[in-house]
Design a protein around this ligand. Structure first.
Ligand SMILES: [Zn+2]
Length: 134
């Protein structure tokens, strides 16, 4: 079984995740832009049961398009975004895949919220684009 490890910039938060990561997605939404300080998030979805973390994250309760809460977990020391837990998708964690130690084999299949993508950013090859959510 595949297992991947990751963590924040300072190392206070580390995690391991078992199994195949799904839903490898680029998200251009305004929340991902703010939380990353960049232009998009590189996300991958795992079952919460397959995710093990050491070190506590700080949580910001955001709200998604559905109006339901989205827990945004980040390192309270260095600020790296680690994952989101979306109330509308129970039992799943949406990992900020740039925090993985190794992203080999992870290629985005989907881009969402491209209506907020930077005009000069080229589409990602092989990814299907959605103006908003899928
Ligand atoms: Zn940290």
């Amino acid at each position: 079984m595949t297992e991947r490890n990751g963590g924040c910039l300072c190392g206070a938060v580390r995690y391991g995740v078992k199994g195949e990561l799904r839903g490898v997605t680029i998200c251009h939404c305004t929340h991902c832009q703010k939380l990353s300080g960049s232009l998009f998030s590189f996300n991958a979805v795992a079952r919460e049961a397959d995710y093990v973390q050491s070190g506590a994250t700080t949580v910001y309760i955001d709200s998604g398009d559905s109006g339901q809460p989205v827990e945004r977990h980040f390192c309270g020391r260095c600020g790296s975004p680690i994952l989101a837990k979306i109330a509308a998708a129970p039992g799943k964690v949406v990992i900020k895949a740039g925090t993985l130690d190794d992203i080999a084999g992870l290629q985005p299949k989907i881009e969402i919220y491209t209506d907020h993508a930077a005009a000069w950013l080229a589409p990602f090859e092989g990814a299907t684009r959605f103006a908003r959510n899928m």
